[in-house]
Design a protein around this ligand. Sequence first.
Ligand SMILES: Cc1cc2nc3c(=O)[nH]c(=O)nc-3n(C[C@H](O)[C@H](O)[C@H](O)COP(=O)(O)OP(=O)(O)OC[C@H]3O[C@@H](n4cnc5c(N)ncnc54)[C@H](O)[C@@H]3O)c2cc1C
Length: 222
Amino acid sequence: MIPKKPTSFDPTARTTIKRSATRGIYDRVAIDAILDEALVCHIGFVDDGQPVVIPTIHVRIGDNVYIHGSHASRMIKRLLSGDPACLTVTLVDGLVLARSVFHHSMNYRSVVVFAKGFDVPDMNQKRDISHALTDHVVPGRWFEARQPSDKELAATAFVGLPLDECSAKARTGPPIDDQEDYQLDVWAGVIPMTLSAGKPIDDDKLQTVIVTPEYVSQYKRT
Ligand SMILES: Cc1cc2nc3c(=O)[nH]c(=O)nc-3n(C[C@H](O)[C@H](O)[C@H](O)COP(=O)(O)OP(=O)(O)OC[C@H]3O[C@@H](n4cnc5c(N)ncnc54)[C@H](O)[C@@H]3O)c2cc1C
């Protein structure tokens, strides 16, 4: 689905990046790309006065990010109560080793979204989101696996979070040391980090005739 929102988000009082402001990004394409690459998001909400942050799977479709879960899930119930929530995703691109411990850092791309959740009761829409979630994690999987029955879809709640109030932040490049520390005999630089898939492990109960599909054997995150 083609996003209808503007190509760049206007920073709000809440999304204006104050710390290391030059690392802030409000560009729609960049924010979508980070959301789409991340396998996991974290949902922050307040439950009975207690801040809680829960990791979960997400997918972006157009102008919304969707998550799913049991109707009994506290996270789902809080999101559907109309309470404000915060969704974050983080991609770690490198470990930044400075000459001083103080200036160690990470290269990263992250997104913060402030939103209120909305329910998705329509079964056809649930099916579409289920498809998108599945293929967000493993592209191609939806058409091989048994797709959810109406009963399974009915048992699952789908919650949308609109991409209205968003920011991204990214650090790139080498360590930034204090000028006098550049004289030190200490290794400094960046250890690049990527998320990579290992060799797929056949399930013990696999039918012997089933060969590993290419989308599994060739799985890559980006
Ligand atoms: C992998 C990783 C490691 C980090 N390590 C550290 C660390 O060790 N110490 C540390 O202080 N900070 C670290 N950061 C940066 C951290 O995420 C915050 O940006 C920083 O701490 C400032 O927080 P703040 O609430 O004071 O920022 P503010 O600038 O006051 O935040 C204002 C608004 O800017 C937006 N914003 C802030 N941070 C981010 C972000 N990361 N991504 C998208 N939007 C954002 C939000 O909308 C937020 O409400 C790390 C970030 C990542 C992704």
